[in-house]
Design a protein. Structure first.
Lengths: 213, 464
């Protein structure tokens, strides 16, 4: 990537990985980490996220992970024994870490894109501070944010829950209340880069804070 | 009366009579002149099947899938129309035209939001939206619904998944059809069992498979992997596709052929689409490489003549993109076919032409051998078998309690394959003839290091 080019999804994922000290545990977590990093840096619309069964998912981000692996910049380790499914089979977790070559090339990108790198680095730190380590919590928050972004008018937690089935998602009010709280702590609706959300969502949050019926 | 057509893959393809009128529209009949696999018949001589055959096959398979899932009425009709029209925007030599459309589009003339789309998708949408004959048989609202279903669909997910998803009718048909016509058994899978296992847990939910379908899906995914490795990424196919792409570029840039420029310089105007709809493989070859006449363009004509006479460029270098190359080169090498790497690719091709000019002991040199326009630096990737289960989607879901699981985690076969990434390769093709063909592998191995050094030097130019 040269200095003048806009950052591609591939480069963005590479730098998010680098900002996360080169390691992300779990492919769901990686998808959601990039999702929120995109939201907080104003890049979300360029990352190709769509509504999928388990929440917002980007084939472009998954493709970027494959490309990084294909070039030997990213290693995937399959960790078994994290949990078992209903049949007693182990559910594997996929952990990702940048290789030394991956870090070397990331450094080049950092040098060529100082401003964007600082934004990504600060964002990933902010997410770490917000304890974005639980992939279930991240998935619910991503669903809530995904639906919130589709609408410009105010809505309540109850309304948010009612909107979810149109994306094939089932959630409870309690889950959405928690997700809303997490998003609020992250100050995601105050993101200066996300002009569409800057005003309306602040009102939405006030509504979200209302007690459940 | 229903439309019935014998098909070598699916036996009878049957459609309601009103859709037969759509089949007979010229935008679909044109696809009879566009081969499904461009010039793959240069290596698999049976691969002469067309986009039209595939179009009927996709519509048939999509219909079966929809019926299995209880989709009927207007929704079934929408799926069938999308199946019939999904390839309406294909140009000469199928996917080769997509590359050139993307390369030569006049982006300054694109309307708001259009630059986010691939050009061939815009062309498809424009044809569906504006073709006068189609509009006689399909009302405007329906045509817009078809365009949306082929693009950004906001309706029931399952309709989109039948048309474009990891298990869509398109893939099911092309694997079976391409395998059959190429004479390779790799495209086979148990399509009936696959369909039997399709399930829609709730009306608004995503398409899933039941557990008894896992083996059929394993076959389907492996078919995709084997077909990619053996047919879609076959050396001769890669070379012939690269030669057509280069011929188009030479015709527009070097020979300045106005009809070729008009064919590929998409500007969003109705005139572009009107002209585009008149082209197929045969007209392209007759116009730019007539068999008994001088071609209108010197360079493009010479490249196309090589294709017509099967005097293909030779593979002189092939290596995996990875070590021992410097890590800082790899991304550029992978992106070599892209427009943004045009300058680098040209420098590499010039370097190779220069390198070849001193190799008269190993290859017979001609004017074309040392012309950088007849050297092609190319790269491509192959996804692993595990990655082949995904497309532009999250992956195939298996319906399970308490919640659906991904196929790759439920298949015993695929669970055992830990690796899931794409393998990338860089290749150089040149207009050379080996002095002694029996020694070509030996010569390639001697040339490997100097060519690798040349590529690496060019990639690292400007780096500390």
């Amino acid at each position: 990537m040269s200095e003048r080019e806009t950052m591609t999804t591939y480069d963005f994922v590479h730098l998010v990985m680098y900002a996360a000290d080169g390691t992300v545990k779990g492919r769901t977590k990686l998808q959601k980490l990039v999702y929120f990093a995109g939201a907080l840096t104003g890049k979300l619309d360029d990352l190709g996220y769509r509504a999928h069964y388990y929440g917002p998912y980007s084939a472009e981000v998954a493709g970027a992970v494959d490309d990084l692996r294909g070039l030997g910049f990213l290693e995937q380790k399959v960790i078994s024994g994290c949990a078992v499914d209903t049949k007693g089979f182990e559910i594997a977790r996929y952990d990702y870490s940048l290789t030394s070559d991956g870090k070397l090339v990331a450094e080049e990108k950092v040098a060529a894109n100082r401003e964007e790198w600082e934004s990504i680095q600060n964002t990933v730190k902010r997410l770490e501070k917000a304890k974005a380590d639980d992939y279930v919590k991240l998935s619910l928050a991503a669903k809530a944010y995904f639906v919130a972004r589709q609408r410009s008018e105010r809505f309540t937690v109850e309304e948010l829950v009612c909107l979810m089935p149109s994306f094939s998602w089932k959630v409870t009010e309690e889950q959405m209340r928690e997700a809303g709280k997490w998003l609020e702590d992250l100050k995601i609706f105050e993101n200066q880069n996300d002009q569409r959300l800057a005003t309306d969502r602040r009102q939405s949050l006030e509504l979200r804070a209302r007690p459940a019926r | 009366m229903n439309f019935n057509s014998r098909d070598p893959i699916h036996n009878f393809v049957t459609l309601p009579s009103d859709l037969a009128e759509v089949v007979n529209c010229q935008v679909l009949q044109r696809l009879r002149g566009i081969r499904q696999l461009a010039m793959a018949s240069l290596v698999y001589h049976g691969a002469l099947h067309t986009r039209f055959d595939h179009t009927l096959g996709v519509t048939h398979v999509s219909t079966l899938m929809a019926e299995q899932l209880g989709i009927s009425g207007d929704e079934l009709r929408l799926v069938q129309l999308a199946g019939l029209l999904h390839d309406a925007g294909h140009g000469p030599f199928s996917h080769v035209s997509e590359t050139s459309l993307g390369w030569f589009a006049d982006e300054t003339k694109l309307k708001a939001g259009q630059s986010e789309h691939k050009i061939h998708e815009l062309v498809t949408a424009e044809i569906i939206r504006t073709d006068p004959e189609l509009s006689r048989f399909i009302p405007s609202k329906w045509r817009e619904d078809v365009i949306n279903l082929l693009g950004e669909w906001k309706g029931r997910p399952v309709l989109k998944q039948i048309i474009s998803g990891p298990l869509d009718g398109d893939k099911q048909d092309y694997l079976l059809r391409d395998g059959f016509f190429c004479g390779v058994p790799y495209g086979n899978f148990d399509i009936r069992q696959l369909h039997r296992s399709l399930v829609l847990p709730n009306e608004d939910e995503q398409l899933m498979i039941e557990e008894h379908g896992i083996h059929a899906i394993e076959q389907f995914v492996l078919a995709k992997y084997y077909m990619t490795a053996n047919v879609y990424r076959h050396r001769v196919r890669l070379i012939s596709d690269a030669m057509i792409t280069r011929a188009i570029r030479l015709g527009i840039v070097e020979d300045k052929l106005e009809p070729l420029t008009r064919l590929y310089r998409y500007d969003g105007t109705p005139q572009f689409v009107e002209n585009y709809k008149k082209w197929d493989d045969a007209r392209f070859m007759e116009t730019f490489c007539p068999p008994d006449e001088k071609p209108p363009g010197v360079k493009s004509g010479a490249m196309l003549r090589r294709l017509r006479e099967r005097k293909l460029l030779k593979l002189i270098y092939s290596e995996r993109i990875g070590q021992p190359y410097d890590a800082r080169c790899l991304e550029k090498m992978k992106a070599l076919p892209k427009k943004k790497q045009a300058v680098l690719r040209r420098r590499i091709e010039e370097g190779i032409a220069n390198f070849i000019s001193g190799r008269s002991a190993e290859v017979r040199l001609t004017t074309e051998s040392v012309d950088p326009d007849f050297v092609i630096a190319n790269s491509y990737g192959i996804k692993s078998a595990k990655e082949s289960s995904k497309n532009e989607d999250e992956g195939i879901l298996v319906q399970m309690k308490p919640s659906p699981q991904y196929f790759v985690d439920q298949s015993i076969l695929f669970k055992s394959i830990n690796e899931a990434y794409s393998d990338n390769c860089i290749q150089i093709y040149a207009a050379v003839e080996w002095m002694d063909p029996s020694k070509k592998d030996e010569i390639r191995s001697v040339w490997q290091e100097p060519i690798r050094n040349l590529i690496q030097t060019e990639c690292l130019k400007g780096k500390p």
